[in-house]
Design a binder for this molecule. Sequence first.
Ligand code: C2E
Ligand code: SIN
Ligand code: SIN
Ligand code: SIN
Ligand code: FE
Ligand code: FE
Length: 391
Amino acid sequence: MADNGGLTGNIENGKARFLSDPFEMDDVQSPVQRLIGIHDEIRHGLGLADVTRIAIALYDAKTHRLKTFIRSGLKESPLDHYTASLDDIPSLVEVARQKRPRVVDDLEVFKASPTVHSTRLIKHGFRSSLTVPIFDHGNLFGFLFFNSDTPGCFSQVVVHQLLPYARTIALFAINEMQSIRMLHAAVKTAREITHLRDDETGGHLDRMARYSRLTAMNLAPKYGFDDEFIEYIYQFAPLHDIGKVGIPDAILLKPGRLTESEFAIMREHVDKGITIIDAMRRDFNLDNLSHLQILRNIVAFHHEAIDGSGYPKGLKGDDIPIEARIISVADVFDALTSARPYKHAWTSEAAFEFLHGAKGSRFDHDCINALEAGMNEIKDIQAQFAESPLG
Ligand code: C2E
Ligand code: SIN
Ligand code: SIN
Ligand code: SIN
Ligand code: FE
Ligand code: FE
């Protein structure tokens, strides 16, 4: 490196020696990239080649569910796109209760009372595990899993070598989610200040985010999405209409249909949204939040249409990023199945008929089919996040 930050080492007189690897903290790396880097260090730096899988599962306190987030592993992953109710995995409930790392020297002990989780790990040849519960300000954040193909891999010595790495991994995962939470908090504040109508702060955002995740999950085999990508879609989906904070109340809250000139102003919510994202990136110093591009694409392109009839750019087909095609279907599906000041709620069946519909070239058919394939989950989401009379 030409610039060594103003420090000068005494290479010449042999008093100091520079390492060949640069040490930079300002690279924007996604959580998966960082995890893979740390895993590589553990296997080759520490010499623990037997540690063949590291994975993080996040805990969703609202639904008590555990969902896979990121993993690093040499073989095909046993638990991609897996979610489960924490209550169904008593062994992990116990790890969380104890707030202590747990070693299982031979996963075959779980054969007595198998869970999907342990069965899949064993089927993929994993034999031992170190499981570390992660807490953030006293709240369960998730679990960190180290697995090995070798029974008894996690001796006391190995565990003590691994725990500092576990801390680092937990910290970067928590930091990343913290940045996302900060974005959400900023948006919520902006909304409260501008009195955005109740249906946008209430169930709509919860539901459409979950429809988006459901769609992405069902598309994953065909499109090769990993769990990290799916999690970001879910986290960023509720921010798609952030630009509406810049639309005058007289238009936003109008209890009837918009005129053409009012609708022209309404369409500006897309460009206003991009301006807000870029300002937040600058002011909140979010450059280290990875995958901000996914958010930008969601905001910029969620009203584009496959046949080019959308706005603001009139992009067509695959020129519209997949995350925006997913959000568009989820957003419109929820808009149609919800009551708005200017319309009644449609049934799910009528909404799907519309999406597939006559001019069915507006929406991505893979996305519609992927959402529709989750009809049971849709019903659960509608039941859990129903509009309350209090908003
Ligand atoms: P939104 O309510 O979140 O709706 C998102 C999209 O769902 C709409 O994008 C549209 O594609 C679809 N959608 C919503 N309601 C209906 C409906 O009754 N019929 C049909 N066929 N599609 C519907 P769009 O049209 O670009 O609208 C963007 C935003 O503009 C809407 O977001 C909403 O906030 C506002 N808006 C649209 N039309 C009206 C209206 O007639 N009156 C009022 N007050 N606001 C409207
Ligand atoms: C996990 O299992 O907890 C994370 C991700 C995976 O292996 O697919
Ligand atoms: C389990 O606790 O259900 C499986 C073992 C593990 O993930 O370490
Ligand atoms: C993927 O996860 O497979 C695609 C997109 C991304 O990593 O941002
Ligand atoms: Fe919108
Ligand atoms: Fe919306």
